[in-house]
Design a protein around this ligand. Structure first.
Ligand SMILES: CC(C)(COP(=O)(O)OP(=O)(O)OC[C@H]1O[C@@H](n2cnc3c(N)ncnc32)[C@H](O)[C@@H]1OP(=O)(O)O)[C@@H](O)C(=O)NCCC(=O)NCCS
Length: 233
């Protein structure tokens, strides 16, 4: 059994470590973790989590952990963001085509992979997921969700996802996620709809082949998924 509670700063080392373990088999993360300046997921989470935990839960976002009752071990966590709960300055017009052209022109393959994914993500956020003055700019979104490999497949991911879905139902807002391959096995089961995807041929960017016996990294498809709140009774 697992209990959900708000995350604390003292949880950060355990949260970062389990997230790094969770992403160890994510092929996009594996490709990014090669090269002279490899992406380090644990380090990135250690940097980001304190900021996410410190957000004002009413207006900016919140983070919860799932703790295993028997061991008191942190088994997983999710950070939720809130958009449009406080007035924001109106965004400057942004040329997404130009941004994507620039990303495509990046000579370093791993940088190109990063820049292309970010450019696509930015286009989706600004034009589809929460475009300004669309009525969708007030919403929730997933910063990140992870379950330690040894606790996976036991419903912890669902428990964590439901903490945001309950909030979305209460507030009558959508939630979106830029979903990894593992996320695509979790959210659709809970009623989230796939509304778009971004297909990357990892072999175009990888600077070394995958671990044997595989000879190709293959395609990695990010999916943009949306939860719409239950109508209020
Ligand atoms: C996505 C993730 C959080 C799901 O957590 P989880 O605790 O395993 O999820 P659940 O146990 O609630 O499982 C949800 C469903 O997915 C299935 N599932 C989970 N992991 C699976 C796997 N590796 N392979 C196949 N199915 C899997 C479960 O069996 C379950 O289906 P069921 O209800 O029919 O049994 C977890 O896999 C993870 O941390 N992955 C690495 C990090 C990541 O990609 N995060 C998402 C970023 S957007």
């Amino acid at each position: 059994m697992y209990t959900i509670r708000p995350a604390q700063l003292s949880d950060v080392p355990a949260m970062a470590a389990l997230s790094a373990d969770g992403f160890l088999t994510d092929r996009n993360t594996m490709v990014k973790a090669m090269g002279p300046d490899p992406y380090d997921h644990k380090e990135t989470m250690e940097m980001l989590l304190p900021g996410w935990i410190a957000l004002d839960p009413a207006t900016r976002g919140w983070t919860v952990v799932a703790v295993e009752d028997a061991t008191q071990e942190v088994a997983g966590w999710v950070s939720w963001g809130r958009a449009g709960y406080v007035p924001a300055p109106s965004a400057e017009p942004f040329d997404h085509d130009e941004n994507e052209r620039k990303a495509q022109a990046e000579p370093d393959p791993l940088e190109r992979l990063n820049k292309l994914s970010s450019a696509n993500f930015k286009r989706w956020m600004n034009t589809k997921l929460m475009p300004p003055a669309s009525g969708k700019e007030r919403c929730l979104y997933v910063f990140s969700i992870s379950v330690a490999p040894k606790h996976q497949g036991r419903g912890v991911g669902q428990l964590l996802a439901q903490t945001g879905m309950a909030e979305a139902d209460k507030d009558g807002v959508d939630i979106w996620v830029h979903g990894s391959e593992a996320a695509q096995r979790l959210f659709p089961k809970l009623g989230w709809k796939v509304i778009g995807e971004y297909d990357l041929d990892l072999d175009e960017y990888a600077i070394a082949p995958p671990p044997p016996p595989d000879t190709k990294w293959g395609h990695y498809v990010f999916k943009y998924m949306l939860y719409t709140p239950k109508p209020k009774e």
